[in-house]
Design a protein around this ligand. Structure first.
Ligand SMILES: [Zn+2]
Length: 392
């Protein structure tokens, strides 16, 4: 969701739209225009269709905003609301603290959609009294139907759909076991996703409906999102309340971006046994990450002139962390590929103070499974670059 353009703020919540939203607006307009054909002149039909499509997107936004606003009221921080191809996503930066809040946040969206459907239906009934076969009446009825479908579809009991969140909250409330609740909701989501996918395929092949493609896409998305939820639920359970500082390697060996690759190969880093290094600028701020495999791509004669900075990969925004952050937040926002990626931990001044690699995360999970603290007393981390006195 990186290529989003900002739509402003409501109630302090950042709103954005992914470029794929344009496809959705286009699709809605096209569907609506063909549905309205014959009710008025071509210009009126298309104008009404575009307005209807935009109104539906606004309704999607209202659905997500309802989740976010209720989340904020329940003490859950909200990062942003983003609209994309398949609707909207509320980016909550943390999870609800109790089952009751979880339930309220989950229900806010579908109830808003059903509320909008009711309003659109009443407005449609009023419009019908004036012009029964007019395009305005048709659009209002369409909006009522679409919002009803949206509200009911989202109440299907499988995560990450809202109904899955409701299911999670109910099981969590009953059993007091959050992991069990999240796992059950995610498994139900996987099942629902597979079911939608199969219905979509059957619709496409047996009935020849192109609409089957849409169901297939939804089913596939639901299934993979449910799978990710399942993994995350396990990880969340394993990492529990561990903080970044419990797992990070403090004072990691950092490589200045301006170093030629040849200098890095001559330095202590080459013999350190580590395969991934943070790259810092001349003020000590981490800017990139470099693995031995990145350097192998540079031909030997060019290694004296090519800097580490130009061979390294830029750090994505999610790969910067604070030492007092919960580890699970970091683990859920970045995917760390073994021997390739790392999370740079920065201090108040933005300078590098620690490093987390996928090995550190796996180790923390394994130790937690054995009932051990995140890290042993005998740390075998990166030696400090300064104490080793590395020079190019
Ligand atoms: Zn929702």
């Amino acid at each position: 969701m990186r290529q989003t353009f900002p739509l402003g703020r409501i109630a302090g919540i950042r709103l954005g739209a992914h470029w794929s939203m344009l496809v959705t607006v286009g699709l809605f307009t096209w569907v609506l225009a063909s549905y309205l054909t014959g009710t008025a002149s071509t210009v009126v039909v298309w104008t009404t269709a575009v307005s209807g499509a935009v109104a539906l997107c606004a309704a999607l936004l209202a659905h997500e905003l309802a989740h976010s606003i209720v989340a904020q009221h329940n003490g859950v921080q909200v990062e942003a609301v983003v609209l994309w191809l398949l609707g909207g996503v509320s980016e909550l930066s943390e999870e609800a603290r109790d089952a009751r809040a979880d339930l309220r946040i989950a229900l806010a969206g579908p109830l808003t959609s059903l509320g909008i459907a009711a309003v659109a239906f009443l407005a449609g009934a009023a419009a019908a009294a004036v012009d029964q076969d007019g395009p305005i009446t048709a659009v209002l009825v369409w909006l009522a139907v679409m919002n009803t479908v949206l509200g009911l579809f989202n109440l299907l009991p499988g995560a990450p759909l809202d109904g899955g969140r409701v299911l999670r909250a109910v099981i969590w409330r009953r059993t007091g076991d959050r992991l069990r609740a999240a796992t059950a909701a995610a498994r139900s989501g996987q099942f629902l996703g597979t079911l939608l996918l199969m219905i979509g395929i059957a619709e496409l092949i047996l009935l020849g409906h192109v609409g089957g493609l849409w169901l297939m896409l939804l089913g596939w998305f639901l299934q993979s999102a449910a799978h990710a939820e399942l993994t995350l639920a396990g990880l969340r359970h394993r990492l529990g309340h561990s903080m970044v500082r419990d797992v990070m390697t403090a004072r990691p060996m950092a490589i200045p971006a301006a170093w030629p690759i040849a200098a890095l190969l001559r330095s202590d880093a080459a013999d350190s046994g580590h395969r991934v290094f943070p790259v810092v600028d001349d003020t000590g701020h981490p800017v990139a990450v470099v693995a031995w495999s990145d350097l192998a791509a540079v031909a030997a004669p060019a290694r004296t002139t090519t800097t580490v900075g130009s061979a390294a990969r830029a750090l994505p925004a999610g790969a910067l962390a604070r030492e007092d952050e919960p580890l699970i937040d970091v683990a859920s926002r970045v995917v760390l590929r073994p021997n390739l990626d790392a999370v740079a931990v920065v201090g108040e001044d933005g300078r590098l103070i620690g490093l987390i690699t996928s090995t550190d995360l796996v180790l923390a999970c394994d130790r937690s499974a054995l009932g051990l603290p995140p890290r042993g007393r005998h740390r075998t981390g990166h030696p400090s670059a300064t104490s080793e006195g590395t020079t190019p």
